[in-house]
Design a protein around this ligand. Structure first.
Ligand code: NAD
Length: 457
């Protein structure tokens, strides 16, 4: 855990104002990109060691995605930093109004283990772009990735600008938050720990962004293209062995399409990972024994119609499809976060919504349908963070869409300009000329009510 002196040094560096200039921010973004490029092979090795990710998967979901976020920020930073002119209301004319984006100060970014590089460095891009000093806390469970990120960060940046920390979350994070007042905490991880972070931050009124988890439903309607639906669902559900916050947690399929969907999903899984996914280059592993044991319990909560094999020594769980789910069991109450996909049929929308409402505010929601009317009805009926129509999880790769949850799946958002805004304070300024100063604005006010009612309405 960093000492109070080290944290104070970060604060002191922020107070020099060095991090606020456009030139400084651009240079740091370029440095981050340079180390990501320099250590590309080592990053692949680390992510393979932690989660058996292939280089291709890493590029799409880890280092490539961060580089693309950096490129976007470099391209847009000048326009993001410019004060934004806004209209002035009648009452204040002929004043001018504008909004300045200024850095928050010293921010803490805490990440989980499932995308251990992406989820630590993507928010970092926004925090650098917005001109902050940063303390990074990586996950202790993705050790190899944490080690390479430490090397990259310490090579690229001074410790008084970006301070890298690792280790046991409860000890390190609460240790820091109890002795040092951050200007913002950006946390990605479980809802359970999110609550602890929120409480610790409340002691000093520190604002937080919480990127949490939850059970993200995926609806397949009677008019969906089943071949496309099965490919797209299988791709995201079994990428990173299902350890993805926006993976479809369970599928609600119209009863008329249940058998078709199961048949297509089985076909796709064999096309993607072969008859023996354990030996396939593109199929990942569970992060550790604790998570493996947790996942194994879910096998009792329904009937396995595909997959089901596992190997504890190798932390391997086969892509598994389940039906006949016991609706009151753990698999329908907890976020699965692994390669098990419950498939539940529904007859009408109300009954499906009933199931969804048992786990409020999912981080993501997906609907597969060819009807615009049904699409609209579903999107309006479910209160979710973000999602897709006829797709799953790819919304998070579009820099122009805000990414984040609501309620139990979190608050605040990031990616692209939304990251810049999350790590900036929006300073509202009104500039009033001195040449116009009507006496009506000043006391005595008697007799002016009618005029005030006309101006303020
Ligand atoms: P986690 O909550 O166990 O850990 C996340 C981070 O919090 C780690 O750095 C850890 O060290 C720290 N931590 C753990 N206990 C702590 C405590 N008591 N006090 C302070 N810090 C503590 O989460 P995880 O298991 O690493 O990640 C899985 C969860 O994250 C899932 O629920 C998943 O849905 C969610 N997730 C969300 C997103 C998103 O973008 N919304 C992305 C990935 C994962």
């Amino acid at each position: 855990m960093p000492s109070l002196n080290e944290l104070a040094a970060v604060r002191q560096f922020f107070d020099t104002g060095t991090t606020t200039s456009y030139a400084f921010r651009i240079q740091q973004l370029q440095r981050l990109k340079a180390v990501l490029e320099k250590y590309e092979e080592k990053i692949y090795q680390a992510l393979y060691n932690d989660l058996k990710k292939s280089p291709e998967e890493c590029w799409v979901t880890e280092n490539g995605l961060v580089i693309s976020e950096i490129n976007f920020a470099i391209k847009k930073l000048e326009s993001w930093m410019k004060p934004k002119r806004v209209r002035t209301n009648l009452l204040n004319l002929p004043s001018k109004s504008f909004i300045m984006s200024e850095p928050l100060g010293v921010v803490l970014i805490i990440s989980p283990w499932n995308y251990p590089l992406h989820l630590l460095l993507n928010p970092l891009v926004g925090a650098i772009a917005a001109g902050n000093c940063i303390v990074l806390k990586s996950s202790e469970f993705a050790e190899a990735t944490s080690a390479i990120v430490k090397i990259m960060i310490e090579e690229a940046f001074g410790r008084n600008y970006i301070l890298f920390t690792e280790g046991d979350g409860a000890e390190v994070v609460s240790g820091m938050m109890n002795q040092f007042v951050f200007d913002h905490v950006f946390y990605t991880g479980s809802t359970q720990v999110g609550k602890i972070i929120y409480q610790m931050a409340a002691n000093n009124l520190v604002p937080v962004t919480l990127e949490l988890g939850g059970k993200s439903p995926c609806v397949v309607e009677s008019d969906a293209d089943i071949n496309i639906a099965s490919k797209r669902i299988a791709l995201t559900k079994f990428s990173n062995a299902g350890q993805m916050c926006v993976a479809p947690d369970y599928v609600l399929v119209h009863e008329s399409k249940k058998e078709d969907l199961i048949g297509e999903l089985k076909k796709q899984l064999i096309l993607f990972f072969g008859e023996n996914p354990k030996a396939h280059d593109n199929y990942g592993r569970i992060i550790n024994q604790k998570q493996f044991d947790r996942l194994m319990h879910y096998f009792n909560d329904g009937k396995i119609v595909h997959g089901g094999k596992s190997d504890k020594n190798d932390l391997y769980i086969e892509p598994t499809l389940m039906t006949d789910i016991q609706m009151e069991s753990a698999v329908m109450k907890e976020e699965i976060f692994g390669p098990l996909l419950p498939i539940i049929s529904f007859g009408d929308r109300e009954s499906a919504l009933n199931i969804i409402s048992k786990n409020k505010n999912p981080l993501a929601f997906y609907v597969f349908t060819s009807s615009n009317k049904k699409e609209k009805e579903w999107l309006q009926a479910v209160a979710f963070g973000g999602g897709c129509v006829n797709n799953a999880s790819w919304h998070l790769t579009n820099h122009n869409l805000p990414f984040g949850g609501r309620g139990f799946s979190g608050n605040g958002q990031y990616h692209g300009k939304y990251s810049f805004d999350t790590f900036s304070h929006k300073k509202a300024v009104m500039k009033t000329p001195t040449w116009f100063d009507p006496s009506i604005k000043y006391p005595p006010f008697k007799g002016k009510l009618k005029l005030f009612k006309w101006v303020i309405r």
